[in-house]
Design a protein around this ligand. Structure first.
Ligand code: NAD
Length: 307
């Protein structure tokens, strides 16, 4: 990221930023920030409860009013992210372009796996998986045509590591990692930069599960600088990455592969033979950091060469 961009105060003038689920929490923090730095902002929110029930225009309208009162440019959209094409159309109709998409809308349907109903699973998939897909799919042709686009999608520690009572949410959130890593690969030559964040912040989503003193240290505003840097036009290389962010902590995550074992794939390759080598399978003393399928294919080629 070079100096020619004037990076002291990152600006987004003449760009249009779509933030889904921007009626509160993290989405509101993104929307107000980008508007304060010159962007046109689409404030999307269908205004339901954190479990995905009900809806209304008040949440998005309030954020748009705040932005306008502060001298910024914003327009509301009340569609569910499942109708991503309408959200992107709002950007095109009002501002003539779309530059940045922040897939942020989310709900929770926490329940133990034993008691989970199909509806708890399906609703979570609709909002997090289908929603992110629909919004990105609608924005993609514009990004390709203008050879410019920035996408942030939102994972969660629950998705990366699992979390009791959240197997629906965990599955949906980890999907954003694979989704983003593939979009990053497909988008790179068109200057479409895609990253995924696992945030932690005080919001109505975390209000019931964290004590007030912890929540005080987790302002949604403290997730914003990372997102701001990743979607800025100066970032043309940091793509397909996963970041943990919250309360002033920002760190990149990556896959680590143990050196592993290579066993000759013939009759000697039995479960018993594998069990004898198990320590080697899980030995991380000589790790590698794979970033694509090609890395695995190289290992297979090595296995073919075993005496
Ligand atoms: P939040 O409940 O304050 O915000 C989510 C917003 O999304 C709400 O305003 C809601 O109305 C909106 N929304 C829900 N379903 C929608 C739909 N179908 N279409 C459009 N809008 C919809 O919660 P938050 O904490 O700000 O969460 C923002 C994102 O960050 C979510 O994706 C969440 O899963 C993720 N996340 C948050 C935390 C955290 O610590 N707060 C941790 C990990 C991940």
């Amino acid at each position: 990221m070079g100096d020619s961009y004037g990076l002291k105060q990152l600006q987004y003038d003449d760009q249009t930023v779509v933030v889904t689920g921007a009626g509160g929490g993290l989405g509101k923090a993104y929307a107000t920030f980008f508007a304060s730095r010159g962007a046109n902002v689409v404030v999307n929110d269908l205004g339901g409860s954190f479990k995905g029930e009900g809806g209304g225009s008040a949440a998005a309208d309030k954020v748009v009013d705040e932005i306008k009162q502060a001298g910024g440019k914003a327009v509301a959209n009340y569609d569910s992210v499942e109708n991503g094409d309408r959200i992107i159309k709002t950007a095109i109709d009002n501002f003539g372009r779309i530059d940045v998409l922040i897939n942020n809308a989310g709900i929770l349907r926490d329940i133990s796996f034993k008691n989970m109903k199909d509806q708890d699973w399906d609703l979570i998939m609709k909002v997090h998986v289908v929603g992110a897909y629909k919004c990105a799919r609608a924005a993609w042709p514009y990004f390709r045509k203008q050879k410019y686009g920035r996408v942030i999608s939102t994972a969660s520690a629950a998705g990366l590591f699992g979390s009791f009572g959240q197997c629906n949410y965990s599955a949906a959130k980890l999907s954003q990692v694979g989704f983003t890593e593939t979009l990053a690969k497909e988008g790179l030559k068109y200057n479409i930069i895609c990253n995924v964040i696992a945030p932690i912040a005080a919001s109505r989503m975390t209000a019931t599960v964290m004590p007030p003193e912890v929540l005080d240290a987790l302002k949604p505003e403290w997730v914003v600088p990372l997102v701001a840097v990743l979607v800025h036009r100066s970032n043309e290389t940091e793509t397909g990455s996963i970041f943990e962010v919250g309360g002033g902590h920002i760190a990149k995550l990556r896959w680590e592969r143990a050196k592993g074992m290579l066993l000759r794939a013939d009759d000697s390759y039995t479960p018993g033979a594998l069990l004898q080598k198990w320590d080697g399978v899980a030995d991380f003393s000589q790790p590698s950091y794979p970033t694509g399928v090609a890395n695995f294919m190289e290992l297979l080629e090595e296995a073919q060469k075993l005496p």
